[in-house]
Design a protein around this ligand. Sequence first.
Ligand SMILES: [Zn+2]
Length: 318
Amino acid sequence: MRPTTLLAAALLLPAVLTHAAPTETTITEVAPGVFFRKAQTEPVFTGCNQGFVVFRDFVLVIDANFPGQAENVIASIRERTDKPIRFVFDTHYHGDHADGNQQYVKIGATIVAHERSQPLFETKGADGFEGAKKNRASEYGALSYEVPSLYFSHKLVFDDGAQRVELLFLGHAHTAGDAVAWLPKHGILFTGDACVNGAFNYTGDSDTASWIAALGAMEDLGVKKLCPGHGEMGGADVIARQKRWFLELREAVKAGIARGDGLDEIKKSIDIPFYREWTGLEAKTRTENIEHVFKEMSHPGKPVGQRRPHRHPHPTNG
Ligand SMILES: [Zn+2]
């Protein structure tokens, strides 16, 4: 989700790169009435990917995005249907997924999220919004911070016979309160940043051991089409790549610690060829990810982010 190294990424693309960062925003009808909006991240990071699902009587939007992008998305929905936008599901509290909430509340929508994200919305999310109001004054303008008003604890199902969307909590992943949107009739999964396709991982709120388990739970769903929080749409292979990154990163950091290396030595020496093949970037450029995992591995059993959930609602293989 971090835009900082994405411009550099464009200069480093090897010929084998299979998942280049998106250079344009597109909307694809993945199944009848189910839309995936892929957001441009190069050369300018515009925001998160989104989904919207047209039910018989209303529209459910997956992720609010930034305020400016939210306006564009609402216009795109209006080009396709005049049904009211009644619900917006925030996959997590980060500003590029949730700061546009008020744009939807203004037109009558209810914002939905997992209950473990509630304390994050009310602290870090609110702080981030206030910061963005100063830095992006023209976009945020007179908007005020809007938190979800409907929280679920395990699973929330929207089903009108035509469409079925299950909001699922699979454990602490990218943040303590991530949830995903699963469309079992079509095998489509919208993941937010719990799974991204490319060099977009931010780990500051994560628990990578639990995240790997959550990715295992996603694999168990039998995904046919994977709509990630950032990057190109793919299949179940995207989940496998995302999981492999954290497995290999944790192994590499663990091996470094076992050798007696400190963080600086590990950051210099780390080499994970698979990551370059996946994203076009060297693993050693992901300093935020390396630092976070180093902290986790230096204090095993003590999650760096929020505490883990008591249990996973779905079987995991992680
Ligand atoms: Zn995020």
